[in-house]
Design a protein around this ligand. Structure first.
Ligand code: SF4
Length: 331
């Protein structure tokens, strides 16, 4: 069901960026504040902690998000190590839970995966109790494969000792086209249900963490609006404020639009150099003029809210409202 399946299939024959190449990219990326290390499965790279260190040494990165299936042995200890090594960086670990037990395994195509996930999550939760710069969220992708059982899945996630339970709307070019047979209305209902679960448990989050949480909630409200009625859906800043770098160094504006801005290996590992090319300017122009559209339930959604000042009052209102109800708190 993963939207990234084509990239994963094609990339098997290509060479992944080495740690040295990633360091050079970080060297040329002075304004980076938020880094998402996604996959496939990020913990398949043994040097994941070194990648974080390279970005931490060379950029002002403040937040590292890691979406993971949490299947890999030793992942909890690696998360703990990274968070302890970089106490000034907020680590947001986003754990995929698409169903309960066998349902999860069937959707993920990995027999025994749910059991591994739960065993690893149990250890990660124990570590998180002592590590203030570590946040745990569940991510459930709403698709036709789990729409019937989405509420029990959210309830299950709510019952875990994590910071919040999130829903993503199935997006992009999925391996099984029927996965997308789920309506925006169903997504809207799920969001309303899941928002109640966005609550802190036994500890307070940082102001920054809670604010980003509210930004994300506003982004989701915008996505769930009927087509064309959300102001955000007409102004996407993917490519300008957010880019995606593939494991082989291709630079794309987002996870969904398959139009390459350039290849870092051809541009001395400099994103800035790629952005000056006609090819990149063409793609950015295409996006800026509103010719591109998608459900935007990806990192671009959050980025679009961050760079849309007209939405700040709503973010603030959400923050105040959730704080009043005890769902978020500051330190
Ligand atoms: S509208 Fe969607 S697909 Fe197009 S650039 Fe923005 S996030 Fe990507």
């Amino acid at each position: 069901m993963c939207f990234n399946w084509k990239n994963m299939d094609e990339s098997r024959s290509r060479e992944e960026l080495s740690l040295g190449e990633i360091s050079r990219i970080a060297d040329n990326f002075k304004g980076l504040h938020s880094l998402v290390l996604s996959g496939g499965e990020p913990f398949l790279r043994d040097d994941l902690h070194k990648i974080v260190s390279e970005f931490h040494k060379r950029t002002p990165v403040q937040q590292v998000s890691i979406p993971t299936n949490l299947f890999c042995d030793g992942a909890p200890e690696r998360i703990k190590e990274m968070a302890l090594q970089h106490p000034n960086v907020l680590f947001r670990v986003l754990i995929s839970i698409d169903g309960i037990g066998e349902d999860h395994d069937i959707i993920r195509g990995h027999k025994g995966g749910f059991a591994k996930l739960m065993a690893n999550l149990e250890r990660t939760i124990v570590y998180r109790r002592e590590i203030r710069n570590l946040s745990l969220s569940s991510i459930t992708v709403l698709s036709s494969f789990n729409s019937e059982k989405i509420r029990p899945t959210i309830d299950f996630a709510k019952g875990l000792e994590i910071d919040d339970a999130r829903i993503l709307y199935v997006r992009g070019d999925t391996r099984e086209p029927e996965a997308k047979d789920v309506s925006l209305d169903q997504y809207r209902q799920c969001l309303e249900y899941a928002e109640q679960s966005t609550m802190r448990r036994d500890r307070t989050g940082s102001f920054y963490d809670n604010l980003i949480n509210c930004v994300s909630l506003v982004a989701k409200e915008e996505i769930a609006r009927p087509a064309g009625s959300g102001r955000l859906t007409r102004r996407c800043n993917a490519g300008a404020k957010l880019i995606v770098i593939s494991e082989t160094g291709e630079v794309l504006p987002c996870e969904t639009l398959p139009r390459k801005l350039g290849d870092l290996r051809d541009h001395d590992y400099s994103v800035a150099s790629i952005m000056k090319t006609d090819r990149a300017k063409d793609v950015l122009g295409f996006i800026r003029t509103g010719k591109c559209a998608c459900s935007m339930d990806c990192n671009s959604a959050v980025s679009n809210v961050v760079y849309s000042p007209f939405l700040y009052p709503r973010v603030l209102k959400k923050y105040v409202s959730l704080r009043r109800s005890g769902h978020v708190s500051t330190i």
